[in-house]
Design a binder for this molecule. Structure first.
Ligand code: AMP
Length: 207
């Protein structure tokens, strides 16, 4: 069976961590608009560069993001899509360019999300994720995977994290409601260790 998996959830719900595990397990492409945009923060578009939107915690304009997703999905046989769609117009666009086999929503309480985001550290070289309290690296500031430097994302400060959550509740929750109404959504409790959450997702996909 091909796997075309959509992983939905708020910032900090664990989409990136779980997507990386899923891509590995099912040998599919990890398509993430957040990483693609971070790699192209200063790309000139008719709306300006992605950087200004991202640093404010706002959504990058749909045409820019839609283009990224279209190109990435065209090259992928199976995929796990993470960070997109973030509003109903993006969801509509996605339905025009591909079919999905599974839509999973990682459910995590808001205050847990804030703690996860503000304590998150990412490897500047390989992108691996850590958390100062919940998943500390063996040596502070150093990536366990590759020895790279761990940094805090510009948008993981408390103020910007809260703004991103506002944007999520306003723009992306309707997307979740949409898939729920269509009967396609499977909800997974995301408040557990990464390995436990992964087991839950795998159970859903292997059903
Ligand atoms: P993420 O890594 O998924 O938390 O995304 C980081 C930032 O990239 C977001 O706060 C947005 O500014 C931008 N971004 C990522 N995905 C999208 C999307 N699908 N639509 C609009 N902006 C996005």
């Amino acid at each position: 069976m091909s796997h075309r998996i959509l992983l939905l959830g708020a910032p900090g719900a664990g989409k990136g961590t779980q997507s990386a595990k899923l891509a590995d397990e099912y040998d599919v492409e990890h398509v993430t608009t957040g990483d693609a945009l971070r790699a192209n923060k200063d790309m000139e578009t008719e709306y300006g560069t992605p950087r200004s939107f991202m640093e404010a915690g706002e959504l990058v304009p749909d045409p820019v993001v839609n283009e990224i997703v279209k190109a990435a999905l065209a090259d992928a046989d199976g995929f796990v899509l993470d960070g997109y769609p973030r509003n109903l117009d993006q969801a509509e666009y996605l339905s025009e360019i591909t079919d999905l086999d599974a839509v999973i929503f990682l459910d995590v309480d808001e205050e847990v999300l804030v703690d996860r985001l503000t304590g998150r550290r990412v490897c500047d070289d390989c992108g691996a994720n850590f958390h100062v309290d919940f998943q500390p690296p063996e040596e502070a500031g150093v990536c366990d995977e590759c020895g790279g430097e761990l940094i805090q994302r510009d948008d993981d400060t408390e103020e910007t994290a809260r703004e991103r959550l506002e944007v999520f509740y306003e723009n992306t929750e309707p997307v979740i409601d949409h898939f729920r109404d269509e009967g396609d959504l499977v909800e997974v409790d995301g408040e557990a260790t990464p390995d436990e959450v992964f087991e839950r997702i795998r159970d859903v996909l292997d059903e």
